[in-house]
Write a protein that binds this ligand. Structure first.
Ligand SMILES: Cc1cc2nc3c(=O)[nH]c(=O)nc-3n(C[C@H](O)[C@H](O)[C@H](O)COP(=O)(O)O)c2cc1C
Length: 364
């Protein structure tokens, strides 16, 4: 009996299995608006049978975009565009869908990877006026009005996500973006109540979490993604991450998605299969929070072992889902499990194999 394919609940949201499609920017929005690209791309992923699909980093204000082509949820028209896409996807898939709400802070305004000339031309903001590297312009340090604006941006985006029928929210506090910039002593040089001690550095990210949690009904799970370490001596690390996770556990946090790195160009890191799993396992055991492990998980047996060994409650998969969008089907086939797929595809099932597909809830 596969453990990866046992159901799981995050709050009131039922997942058919423990496979989570991790958020991935696709740099294909127009002024923050979802396009036909998202309809096709998210539609494809929604046929994969994964337990949860997390939509890519979605900016809570235009200046918070990693690139000018990022998805946004800062206005009624960006919400309408994404809502329209969701309507199409939902017509044919019952997969729960979460969204990652994000602000890139000092890392905002970079060019999409394949469009190097299309950098953003706006002033970036951050906890402190310190650039990510020697090439980038310095961000402006957020004052109290700026902090309030960003917090309200997360709240409004969360409410829009709820209004358009998104099932869950993941707050992006990883990969060196704004909330991570507050957590790390390498990027947060503030001397007010938001800088200095670990407690102070956690204050703004926790305030954002609390405000988002309060702004949507309890039926909508709110979780968080963190980088559990900067991989730089003297930076944010696993010990501080455990303290943050324990604070989140007291706040009705539905899950913690454990990634790492992205804060500093000095990071010393050699990614290998499962390299972030020990970080997830430690956070899970010391905070009790439902945990998603992610990072170079590409094999069904590997994902199965992460769940079976109790290292995490869910497994995030990113690049392998782009390479092989039916990865969960193949994982189910290998592990002798069943998976939901649209009936239009049921004849793909190889003759002689165990029954792979379970009847989908939606057969439009
Ligand atoms: C194309 C691409 C886009 C990504 N965009 C995001 C993102 O929007 N938000 C995020 O938290 N991580 C993002 N990531 C990181 C992935 O979610 C994931 O943590 C990482 O790729 C490691 O998992 P993997 O080895 O299964 O790919 C992105 C990764 C890729 C390859």
């Amino acid at each position: 009996m596969s453990q990866l394919f046992t159901p799981y609940s995050i709050g009131p949201l039922q997942l058919e299995n423990r496979i989570v499609i991790a958020p991935m920017c696709t740099y294909s929005a127009e002024d923050g608006h979802a396009t036909d690209w998202h309809r096709i791309h998210l539609g494809q992923l929604a046929f994969s049978g994964a337990g949860l699909l997390i939509i890519e980093a979605t900016a809570i204000e235009p200046e918070g975009r990693i690139s000018p082509a990022d998805l946004g949820l800062w206005s009624d028209s960006t919400a309408a565009a994404l809502g329209d896409v969701l309507k199409s996807v939902r017509k044919y898939s019952a997969m729960p869908i979460a969204i990652q709400l994000a602000h890139a802070g000092r890392k905002a305004g970079s060019a999409p990877p394949w469009l190097p000339a299309q950098r953003g031309d706006w002033q970036t903001v951050a906890p402190s006026a310190q650039a990510f590297n020697d090439i980038d312009a310095a961000p402006a340090a957020l004052d109290s009005a700026g902090l309030q604006r960003v917090l309200q941006g997360f709240v409004s985006a969360a409410q829009r996500a709820h209004r358009i029928g998104i099932d869950a929210i993941e707050i992006h506090a990883a990969h060196g973006y704004l909330l991570h910039q507050f957590l790390s002593p390498l990027s947060n040089l503030r001397t007010d109540e938001y800088g200095g001690s670990p407690e102070n550095r956690m204050r703004f990210p926790l305030a954002v979490f609390d405000a988002v949690r309060e702004s949507v009904p309890t039926s909508m799970p709110v979780g968080i993604r963190i980088s559990a370490t900067d991989w730089v001596a003297g930076g944010w690390d696993i010990e501080q991450s455990v303290v943050l996770a324990q604070a989140l556990a007291k706040r009705d946090c539905a899950f913690i998605h454990v990634s790492s790195g992205g804060l500093s160009p000095l990071q010393a890191i050699t990614p290998t299969p499962n390299y972030q799993v020990p970080l997830a396992a430690r956070i899970r055991s010391e905070s009790g929070l439902p945990t998603i492990a992610v990072g170079m998980v590409t094999e069904a047996e590997q994902a199965e072992a992460i769940i079976a060994n109790g290292h995490a409650d869910m497994v995030g998969v990113a690049r392998v889902m782009l390479y092989n969008p039916h990865w969960p089907w193949h994982a189910a086939a290998k592990l002798g499990a069943q998976i939901s797929a649209p009936p239009q595809y049921w004849r793909s099932h190889p003759v002689g194999m165990h029954p792979l597909f379970k009847p989908s809830a939606i057969t439009a």
